[in-house]
Write a protein that binds this ligand. Structure first.
Ligand code: AMP
Length: 628
């Protein structure tokens, strides 16, 4: 199978939307201000629009997030994953049809029609609702009517009928299709790979329910799909399922839950959400808590789980992705070392083990600079921009190769601009004072991936003076990192109540060769666990210091009963002894013990605050009074 994509320039001047019409989620993007930008639904954290269409019994239609929420109560009215049926005959999709809880019949010509409460609709009509909703989202985000022309992406393996069905859906939605583009081509465009004179690219797309791998060749900006492979039922949902089984097996073996509950659909759904949360947390942290809490059934199951455990569970699934890669390569008559660029697409490629597996298989680091959920829509917007007659500048692929951050108390690093963030970018974080009446703050700016400032590259220091004296933790200092397109970093710290500010300009990339960047990255992977522990220990040490100061400030004024006082003294002594040891378990235990032992003191203080408030003093006066 080979689809040729030609970058022919139309002489159209109107803007063209890019729409990733996905199985689970869809996204819409547009080229603005020199780069493609995801247009987000109102109040949404990201641009994902659930590809869910809900048909209320009283008529009308609801799409997207709202539809997904409504589906929880009325699953018989919500259509999910319609993309699986696009352009297919009933016979082709027997497996998918079995998973759809609606009567489906074939109309003339074998096109399936779905019957939702008596309304019979083709997949094209249902997809049209999603496309129309995406256009509405775009219009809302732009504050004006969005362009009606769109580039829409489809999987590389879609045949002519499936592509035509997608065009028809767009037409029903009132959109004019400027181009149907293959998803892997769009992802490559988002990374600017069309600028290569010649090359071979592998796009590895692991989402929630499907896995696709495509091998593309590029020649003078023209992409050709050499081969595709994959598995239409393999993705992050399968990993969630394995974690669910793991939790249920543990609950069953500990006799913690009756068999009837373990089979209960609503309970299992709760476990599934907990499983996905734990899985996502493990992409960030080396270990996490997998917790299933259902007080109504008397269940509070908690288990620490680490990455190694998740990787062990997921290994057979991940191996299947490599089997597909081998198949795609064999079809293209290539070997892994022939692939010059690897692009990751889909939420599940955030899993570190997936990245490592791909890097190992192809012998090169994959592109991960862009959000893997957004990359196809971004590429569609790039294609839209090119078709609209625009040209591309170089900003798109400029990313910062190493994270930029500041040193916090105890020597840990707080990363402010993450590695691979596209530039220019600006991030602001809030900080506060550490000691009472502190009038100055030192800022140490560092670059690198390690968790401790001492292991990163120091870029500069500056001080913010003139903070008005106030209790620790009350000052509000906004620290803004602004990295411009030339790689110049300006860090500004501003105390919000007085407007006092100070800033520094540094050039982070100066003097770092590619090799140095590589070796800094390699080091950060090598020391990940060790760094994580050291950073945790540094933070705990600081936390203990803050707790001890607060306890010392208030201990005299409160009359604790002798037993609580003895407990507190003991915990205080151990906390003092633990400080500075860098011994993570000891610091952790000391923090927990001190927290526990200080509860009676906290209760007394709360009481006195409440009494004082009743006698007419403000809370501020009370806390201020007790600080001095
Ligand atoms: P997509 O279909 O591309 O939106 O991918 C959704 C899948 O990605 C779901 O299975 C999610 O659980 C998974 N996912 C999203 N973010 C992460 C993450 N940070 N780590 C692991 N899996 C993730």
């Amino acid at each position: 199978m080979a689809f040729l994509e030609l970058n022919v320039l139309d002489n159209e001047s109107t803007a063209i939307l890019g729409i990733d019409l996905g199985t689970t989620n869809s996204l819409v993007a547009l080229w603005r201000d020199g780069r493609p930008e995801i247009l987000k639904p109102e109040n949404a954290h990201d641009g994902r629009i659930p590809s869910v269409v809900f048909f209320p019994p009283e008529g009308g239609v609801v799409v997207g997030r709202e539809a997904r929420a409504l589906a929880a109560d009325r699953p018989d009215r919500a259509v999910f994953s319609i993309k699986r049926l696009m352009g297919r005959g009933l016979d082709d999709v027997a497996e998918d049809v079995a998973a759809i809880p609606f009567p489906i019949e074939a109309s003339e010509g074998g096109v399936p029609r779905i019957d939702v409460g008596g309304r019979k609709m083709s997949p094209q009509e249902i997809s049209a609702h999603i496309l129309h909703h995406a256009w509405r989202v775009a219009s809302d985000a732009l504050g004006e009517e969005a362009p009606k022309r769109a580039v829409i992406t489809v999987p590389a393996y879609f045949d002519d009928t499936q592509r035509q069905a997608t065009r028809d859906a767009a037409r029903i939605a009132g959109l004019d299709v400027a181009r149907i583009v293959n998803e892997p081509t769009a992802a490559s465009l988002a990374y600017g790979l069309d600028k290569k004179k010649q090359g071979t690219v592998c796009v590895f797309d692991l989402g929630g329910g499907t896995f696709d791998v495509s091998i593309l060749s590029i020649e003078d900006g023209v992409f050709q799909v050499l081969s595709t492979a994959g598995d239409t039922h393999l993705g992050g949902d399968d990993i969630d399922r394995l974690l669910v089984e793991y939790a249920l097996a543990d609950l069953a073996s500990a006799n913690a839950a009756p068999a009837s509950l373990l089979a209960d659909a609503a309970f299992r759904q709760g476990v599934r959400f907990a499983a996905e949360r734990a899985k996502i947390a493990l992409s960030q942290d080396p270990e996490t808590e997998f917790a299933v809490v259902a007080p109504e059934h008397g269940i509070a199951w908690r288990k620490r789980i680490d990455r190694a455990e998740l990787e062990r569970l997921a290994a057979p699934l991940l191996d299947r992705t490599l089997a597909s890669c081998r198949r795609a390569l064999a079809d293209a008559k290539l070997t892994p070392s022939d692939i010059e660029e690897v692009v990751l697409v889909g939420g599940s490629t955030r899993i570190p083990a997936v990245r490592a597996l791909v890097a190992d298989f192809f012998g090169r680091a994959p592109h991960t600079e862009l959000d893997p959920d957004a990359v196809v829509a971004l590429g569609a917007a790039v294609q839209g921009h090119v078709l609209a007659g625009g040209t591309r500048d170089m900003l798109l692929l400029d990313v910062t190769p190493l994270s930029l951050g500041i040193e916090t108390m105890g020597g840990a690093v707080s990363k402010i601009i993450a590695r691979n963030s596209p530039v220019p970018t600006q991030v602001t974080e809030g900080y506060t004072t550490y000691a009472d009446n502190q009038t100055g703050m030192d800022f140490h700016i560092v670059q690198g991936e390690r968790e401790l400032a001492a292991d990163c590259r120091s870029l500069g220091r500056f001080e913010l003076k003139g903070i008005p004296p106030m209790p620790a933790g009350m000052a509000r200092v906004a620290v803004r990192f602004a990295l411009d397109a030339d790689g110049i970093l300006t860090v500004t710290a501003k105390e919000e109540t007085t407007g006092t500010q100070a800033s520094i300009e540094v050039q982070p990339m100066n003097g770092l060769t590619d090799d140095e960047v590589e070796s800094m990255l390699a080091e950060s992977f090598e020391h990940a666990q060790e760094d994580f522990d050291a950073s945790r220990a540094a933070n705990l040490d600081v936390e203990l210091g803050t707790m001890l100061r607060a306890i010392d400030a208030h201990l005299e004024e409160a009359t604790l009963d002798p037993e609580s006082l003895a407990d507190l003294e003991e915990a205080r002594a151990e906390a003092l002894a633990a400080r500075g040891t860098k011994d993570l378990p000891r610091l952790q235990a000391a923090r927990d013990a001190l927290e526990q032992a200080s509860l009676p003191l906290a209760a007394l203080l709360m009481d006195s605050v409440a009494k004082a408030a009743l006698s007419g003093k403000t809370l501020d006066e009370v806390t201020r009074g007790s600080e001095t």
